[in-house]
Design a protein around this ligand. Structure first.
Ligand SMILES: [Zn+2]
Length: 412
């Protein structure tokens, strides 16, 4: 690798660890007295558009633009968002839609998708006056692609400098030694979170909520057996970048990484669960499309995607990767069997594609799509406690069998 690529890799790693460190400190509850956002709206036209958010108090903000696709990001301290359901799903003028949520511990973020290159003309917070709440105001102007690129270059320079300052020295502890463990460790990764809702059903059920509920139930059922240890990558409604999820599994030297998602389709009749593993070439078109959708999580949350550092070419890494992929495939195969007895599966439920979150070369990793939020019957199941318990028990069975084969000490 070139020096630049090395430095970039080091920077990405440090940034990921910093986000992880922050995520570990995240408390489930909102900080006392976080300002409440009660309403948000977009006004204006295709040349000049204003975004307004009503708040119960004044806050500091920073706003910046991103390209590919064009977005505007507003970073805020912790905000308790209590906006009417469906807020942000439509826009006006230069804003096509927008979303909001927790971004990291004590930090909230708003991401606006814009129709083309824009310039942030003004970004400020008006204090409350008489009957008016405090208001966050963002004024956007249409601009040319060339002017946008120039602004972006300048603001990225400024932000890179700003970003480097608060990064703490990463925890240098080596990953735990798997062979010294009493129980295998499973990392469950509930997809999305915070500013990234994932897919949303017609009635407003959000993927990020149902996968978190499922992950918690699965943790409970797995721990109940006394045979495995479990950690979750997130335990509350906070966003976590894909690389941070992968790193979490690697830092804990997880014996199995299980990412939980729910899907949606234009065709409402499609339903059932699917089990995915990583592959360079997708098993089919739908799998490729799904991986692209899930891999867009960082974009949706307004992350400025760093250049891919590429897979390391090293013979030992290759050997580990091959072994890891075999373990992943073995678990996935067993999981399909156990799931099929507990819930409906889609046609060809064992698929593969290039999911970023499954990329750890040394942690067996599988992604489970528990069903389709675009299907009414699946939606009912996914939100039902009874179904959740049944499917969590099926996954638990698959996990125990997998480790029973891998580690003799687990017994049958
Ligand atoms: Zn998802």
């Amino acid at each position: 690798m070139t020096t630049v690529a090395n430095r970039l890799a080091a920077f990405v790693r440090t940034a990921v660890l910093a986000v992880l460190a922050l995520a570990c400190l995240t408390a489930a509850a909102f900080a006392e007295g976080a300002p409440i956002a009660s309403d948000g709206r977009v006004v204006g036209d295709d040349n000049r558009t204003r975004f307004v958010l009503d708040l119960t108090g004044e806050v500091d903000l920073s706003a910046f633009t991103l390209a590919e696709p064009y977005r505007v990001v507003v970073d805020l301290p912790e905000i308790d968002f209590r906006l009417p359901a469906g807020t942000g799903t439509t826009g006006r003028g230069l804003v096509s839609d927008w979303r909001y949520g927790q971004f990291a511990a004590g930090r909230s973020r708003i991401v606006l998708d814009v129709t083309g290159p824009v310039k942030i003309d003004k970004a400020f917070v008006l204090p409350a006056i008489e009957n008016q709440p405090a208001r966050l105001v963002l004024d956007l102007l249409k601009t040319s692609a060339a002017a946008f690129d120039e602004d972006l270059r300048k603001s990225q320079l400024a932000r890179d400098t700003a970003n480097e300052a608060p990064v703490q020295k990463a925890d240098q502890l080596p990953p735990p030694d798997r062979s010294k463990r009493e129980k295998p460790l499973i990392v469950i990764d509930p997809g999305h979170g915070g500013v990234d809702s994932g897919t949303v059903s017609a009635s407003g059920v959000r993927e990020k909520d149902i996968v978190l509920a499922f992950a918690k139930k699965l943790q409970e059922r797995l721990e109940r057996t006394g045979k495995v240890a479990v950690l979750l990558t997130r335990t509350d409604d906070t966003f976590l970048p894909l690389a941070a999820r992968v790193q979490f599994g690697r830092d804990h030297a997880a014996d199995l990484f299980l990412s939980i998602h729910a899907d949606s389709e234009h065709v409402g009749s499609v339903r059932g669960a699917t089990v995915y593993t990583l592959s360079d070439k997708a098993s089919d078109q739908e799998a490729a499309a799904l991986a692209a959708k899930e891999n867009a999580s960082d974009l949706i949350a307004g992350l400025d995607l760093q250049q891919e550092t590429g897979d390391v070419t090293d013979i030992l890494v290759d050997l580990t990767r091959r072994e890891t992929r075999n373990f992943s495939a073995s678990f996935a195969g067993g999981l399909v069997g156990d799931l099929a007895s507990a819930t409906r599966m889609i046609k060809n439920p064992r698929r593969s594609a290039g999911f970023q979150v499954l990329r750890a070369h040394d942690v067996p990793s599988v992604l489970l799509e528990i069903g389709y939020l675009s299907n009414d019957q699946d939606e009912k199941l996914l939100t039902s406690d009874e179904w959740r318990l049944r499917v969590a028990d099926a996954v638990t069975q698959a996990v125990l069998r997998f480790f029973g084969q891998k580690y003799a000490y687990l017994g049958k």
